[in-house]
Design a protein around this ligand. Sequence first.
Ligand code: ADP
Ligand code: MG
Length: 687
Amino acid sequence: MDWKRDVRSLKGIGPKRASELHRLGIDTIQDLLSYYPRAYEDRSRVKAIASLVPDEPAAIRGVVRRVQEKRPRRGLSILMAYIDDGTGMISVSWFNQRYLSGKIKAGVKVFIAGKVGYAFGGHGQLAMKRVTAFEILDGQEGTESLCGIFPIYSVAGSLSQTFFHKIFRQIFAEDFSAEETLPPKICAKYKLMGRMDAVRAIHFPENLAHLKHARDSLAFEELYLIQCGLFLIRKHTHEEKKGIRHLPDHKLIRTLLSLLPFALTEDQATAWKEIKRDMERPIPMRRLVQGDVGSGKTVIAMLALVKTVENGLQGALMAPTEILAEQHYESFCRILEPLGIRITLLTGRWGREKRQTIYETIAAHDVDIVIGTHALIQDGVSFASLGLVVTDEQHRFGIAQRAKLAEKGKMIPDALIMTATPIPRTMTLTIYGDLDVSTIWHLPPGRKPIRTFLRPMSRRPLIYQYVRKQIESGRQAYVVCPLVEHSDGMDLMAAEEVYEELRANIMRGISCGLVHGRMKAAEKDRVMQAFYKGEIQLLVATTVIEIGVNVPNASVMVIEHAERFGLSQLHQLRGRIGRGSYDSCCILVSEMQTESARERLHLMVETTDGFKLAEADLRLRGPGQFFGSLQHGMPDLKVANVLQDMDILLKARKAAMETIHSHEGLDAVLPILMQRYQAHFLHILHS
Ligand code: ADP
Ligand code: MG
């Protein structure tokens, strides 16, 4: 059988199902084969009904004794069956699944897996809730999958569990000659199951060990391919290009170090040493510095920029917002202008003419350090001799952008990327596999810790009285809300509502501002500026302030509906305060209706360590959502799980490195990389 064959060539797939499959991204048999089960039921552990315990998943087998159908109201039909296995009886309900009514009849033998709970209005009787698998056992079908491990697919429309089981049986009944993805040597060395066997085992596992071996092999393959992609980027943008060899530190750097009002912390010193070493090598630097908000990354950037200036080159610093660019500009000027370093701010605010003049000074090397937003690079600004590009808070950009950055210019400038999003230690390799990473684990000493409190909605009047007192004593405050407008059906405090409420009542006489994502950039900027300058005392905002400004005078933050935010996001938000010499306090307002909200918010109260919170966030929300919120530009993982597969990742990374260095089997890997991850690695594969 040919893997690339259209699914319509299979029995049982007509135009309707073909279009339903197409919606799932499945057109060929190969696509279908990689539609992996979302879970497995271990049917070797069927339980006796008498032994079931509420809130636990369970599988049962028994005979239907009685069936009831109800129509409590229009559009709702309930089918209820009572199952008896000789030890006891339990009810199962299906909602609006009328096609089942002809099939589930008294006397029919069934298998059901789900979660055990209490029957609605059943006076403590148990029921099977949230049915994950259901099968009628009479008849030929199912008998072969009666024991052992049973795959469960995500179903849609007419594509039922039974459909998937049947279609895979049909496919595997034919003979296959599968293409292997991995070089045979790698397969042998890492004891991987052949691709074809692994795919078959994923759909028809013989037992748990067999399934694990298959899954691990496919996870390995997936991580291996991505790591190959990352290594290729690295090779392309890093090792094969001629970079700039900076000279060892000279007078300027030494003067700067002596001028700093503090000594570098141990983590900062290590990061600086690593950066220096990279800069002094002839291959381009591609280094990421990760450190929590306030960990002191700016001074590291400054040192690196001064180093490039000391070498007679120019440096660029890209900030994520205009305001941050301006803040960096001010602090850089204060420290570096006395040393004779020429600094320019390039902002979108200025007119064409002024920008044009600046372009000319940059091209003529009449300026040493240029600070701006990332438009700085995209505008086609041409530097006389660019030695280093620093990007601040670059976590919102994917690998593709990182690679693009390095492609500017003839000589490749060194690249330093700063991110304030702590990534759990175990994940840096998957996300930043193409970069070297320096980490600032600890904040500089003497920082006043931010105190965090958790309060119910009923305490809002008291909370805002406290906020008002703080403002009256000269501080500024943030109030963060999850949504802009009140949206139907959700009882959420929207930013606009809160703004109006506060202004009209408890904050009367205090100058308040509102900023949210739907405002025009210029207007947003104007409000943020006013807050920065102290003209606005209380800023009501949505998460747009996450990577906003540095306002040391702002020492209070209230987060409404705190349960609506992820841990990492709450941490980023909280990082807006505690930047000055004042006691800072963050108040999380929430009713905490769910267990997970309670856990998250208590963690926020307990710790301010961004790495700890990121790890917890990853654990609580799962890799999918965690990755999603980072907008990292990495391909989605289909099999591998970054939380659990660290050991596989390390092995796959090692194998990928072997392949890239030895070239052995690379010819076979490239087309597959192309086919699977084209969108992510296109730029390298094309060059
Ligand atoms: P971020 O990592 O968020 O960019 P910053 O670079 O803005 O952090 O630093 C936060 C504050 O810490 C700044 O006021 C800076 O002057 C101060 N700082 C940085 N390094 C040290 C240090 N080694 N000792 C004391 N204070 C420091
Ligand atoms: Mg910073």
